[in-house]
Structure formats: structure tokens, C-alpha cells
Design a binder for this molecule. Structure first.
Ligand SMILES: NC(=O)c1ccc[n+]([C@@H]2O[C@H](COP(=O)([O-])OP(=O)(O)OC[C@H]3O[C@@H](n4cnc5c(N)ncnc54)[C@H](OP(=O)(O)O)[C@@H]3O)[C@@H](O)[C@H]2O)c1
Length: 326
């Protein structure tokens, strides 16, 4: 059994706790908040053994095997260092950090301490994504020429929401854009060049952006993300022998379809989640811990750092810096 701790009591902490509760080898050991009251509420709702009123107390708890960090981007660096320095393994929410320099330091500390460390990029562990990757690796669509992936989620402006606050690592890029970029690079590798535009809002973070990754062999990937419009957020991977679509909200879609060059479906697969879709990353982290792995082959540090470098480059092109970087 793996004993889990959670830092933070926001939206995703609830969703993750629900998945933990239903996963066969997980123990809900402890939850920590900056307010003991909030930690106690979450602990009572999901049945955590302990509730702490500070993140430091949870990090120091020797009875916790791994800590899931569910705080805003701006806190991931400090929260991860706290847990790793205390000897805890870490599963940290996306985007892993504000920038590459922070992420490299986090990875280096995990390696130095001999601890497991992984970005909670849940898409990569879902059966739908794994099936799409398998089809591509088997050459079912030939050489990948073009990827189109979008994640646009309309969110009304609220200056108090972490998404619009520069000091929280806000903006569409680190919150939404990380998914299409992870998708494209997982299937096509490191691009040669980035062409990108963004709409930067009044608070200095991107409200919407489009990014094109270009590759040496003429292939490219085009992505859009933002808070200003709503669309169906599907993804298409096109090759010289066929294409693949992932259903709406591609990164968490349960459906994928393989088409031939006449656009006729060849294979359709549906993978409904067993709990809420987070069970796959939980099981992968537990499998790694049980086997003494310090990183997951499905989501290695090198992939996380590659995407982080691309996001740094986008922000450099846009002239967007977080206050922590000024
Ligand atoms: N994988 C996914 O599907 C998914 C979905 C949504 C979000 N996420 C990621 O999960 C992380 C948290 O997102 P969320 O939507 O759960 O955020 P949220 O609802 O705002 O919750 C964040 C929590 O972090 C804690 N926190 C610590 N420092 C904070 C600060 N300076 N400002 C605000 N909160 C702070 C708070 O918990 P306490 O007050 O209890 O300490 C808060 O409840 C982000 O990195 C996001 O990208 C992932």
C-alpha cells in the first residue's frame, strides 16, 4: 500500500482525493492546508487519517510515502523543495514550475536525494493517449506530418483567481497550453523553431495564445489555448498514411479513432475512466515507488523539462515575465 499526502485543498485536490479513495493500493494518509480548518474539512470528506494546518508538518510526516502537490504554479518550486528536503517522494501538479531554472533545480534535488519526482501530467497515463501513441509507434498513420491540438476554456475575468494573477504563475500557457505542447512533443519530439503570438491581458499574463512548432523534416504542430473562448478542444494527428482524432477535451478524452487516407474509420476505441481519470497517474506513481524507480518512463524528467523550455521561449517572445523573475 502507498501512503499519500496532499498539499493544498483547492479544486484539483478534491478530484485527486476522490480518485485516491477509489484506487486499490492507496491510503489517504494526510492532507495539509495553510488553514487547519480547511484541511480538516477535506480530511473528513474523503477519510484522510490526519489533517495538518501547515505544509511543513505534512512534509515532516515520516508515515507519508509520497506527497501530491496541488497548489498554484508559483508555489510548486517551494513546496517540492520542502517535501524533497524532508525525504518525501513528490507528484507535483502541472505546470511543474514557473520556468526551466526552477524545474531543473527540483529535478536535481530529487536526484540528489534519490527520491521519486514526477509532474502530474495525467493525460500521459490515460489509456486513450497510450493507444494513440501505440498506433503512431506502430506506423499505422505513417510519418506524422501535422498535429492540431487546442485547449480553450472560457473563464470570466476575476482578478482574484490564480489564473489571472501573475504572482501565482497565471495565464493560459502554464494552465492550459502545457497540455497541447506536451501532446505535440510526446508524439513529435523537440521542435526546431517556435512561432507564437499571445494576447496579454491587463494583469500581464496571456489570456489566449497560438503556438506553432516547426520540425526539421517539414512537419509542424499548431496549438491554441486560452480563457477567452470556448471550443470543443479536440486533437488531430495527421500522417502520410492516415490520421487519428482524439475526442473533445482531447487530453482527458475517452475516445480515439484511426482513419485511413480516404478518411474512413479503421479502428475506434473507447476507454471510459474507472473512477475519474486520475487513477492512472496514481497507479503509475505507485508502480514506480514499488519498483524503486525515481522517475516514470511514461513521464520522464526530460519530457517535463523539454516542455518547460518551450514555455520559457514562448514567454520570452511575448515579453511576459512573472514577478518572481523580474
Ligand atoms: N490535472 C488537472 O486536471 C488539473 C486541473 C486543475 C488544476 N490543476 C493544477 O493543480 C494546481 C492547483 O489548481 P486548482 O485549480 O486546484 O487551484 P485552486 O482551486 O486555486 O487551489 C489551490 C490551492 O493551493 C493552496 N495555495 C497555496 N498557496 C496559494 C496561493 N498563493 N494562492 C492560492 N492558493 C494557494 C490553497 O490551499 P490551502 O489554502 O488549503 O493551503 C488552494 O486551495 C495548479 O497547478 C493547476 O495547474 C490540474
Amino acid at each position: 500500500m502507498t501512503r499519500w499526502g496532499i498539499i493544498g485543498t483547492g479544486k484539483i485536490a478534491h478530484t485527486f482525493a476522490e480518485a485516491l479513495r477509489g484506487t486499490e493500493n492507496s491510503v489517504l494518509a494526510a492532507v495539509a492546508s495553510r488553514s487547519l480548518e480547511k484541511a480538516e474539512v477535506l480530511a473528513a470528506e474523503f477519510g484522510f487519517e490526519k489533517a495538518y494546518g501547515s505544509y511543513e508538518e505534512l512534509a515532516a510526516d515520516e508515515a507519508v510515502d509520497i506527497v501530491y502537490i496541488a497548489t498554484p504554479m508559483s508555489e510548486h518550486y517551494a513546496n517540492s523543495l520542502l517535501c524533497l528536503n524532508a525525504g518525501r517522494n513528490v507528484l507535483c501538479e502541472k505546470s511543474i514550475a514557473l520556468n526551466t531554472s526552477q524545474a531543473e533545480e527540483m529535478v536535481a534535488l530529487a536526484e540528489e536525494k534519490g527520491l521519486f519526482f514526477m509532474e502530474a501530467m495525467w493525460m500521459k497515463f490515460r489509456p486513450t493517449f497510450l493507444k494513440v501513441k501505440q498506433w503512431i509507434d506502430e506506423g499505422r498513420i505513417g510519418k506524422v506530418e501535422f498535429i492540431k491540438a487546442d485547449f480553450n476554456n472560457f473563464i470570466p475575468y476575476d482578478k482574484n483567481d490564480r489564473l489571472f494573477k501573475s504572482e501565482c504563475g497565471g495565464g493560459a500557457l502554464l494552465d492550459l497550453g502545457v497540455y497541447p505542447l506536451t501532446f505535440a512533443t510526446a508524439l513529435m519530439g523537440e521542435p526546431k523553431e517556435i512561432i507564437t503570438h499571445a494576447h496579454i491581458g491587463r494583469d500581464g499574463v496571456d489570456l489566449s495564445h497560438e503556438i506553432t512548432l516547426t520540425y526539421e523534416d517539414g512537419a509542424f504542430a499548431a496549438t491554441t489555448s486560452g480563457f477567452e473562448v470556448q471550443n470543443r478542444n479536440n486533437a488531430v494527428v495527421s500522417g502520410d498514411k492516415g490520421s487519428i482524432t482524439m475526442g473533445d477535451w482531447f487530453f482527458c478524452s475517452s475516445e480515439c479513432t484511426l482513419y485511413d487516407l480516404d478518411s474512413q474509420p479503421v479502428e475506434e476505441r473507447v476507454f471510459p475512466p474507472e473512477i475519474n481519470g486520475y487513477e492512472y497517474e496514481i497507479r503509475e506513481a505507485e508502480r514506480c515507488l514499488a519498483n524503486g524507480l525515481k522517475e516514470s518512463p511514461l513521464c520522464p524528467h526530460s519530457d517535463t523539462l523539454q516542455v518547460m523550455r518551450l514555455m520559457d521561449r514562448c514567454r520570452e517572445i511575448w515579453g511576459m515575465k512573472f514577478p518572481q523573475e523580474k
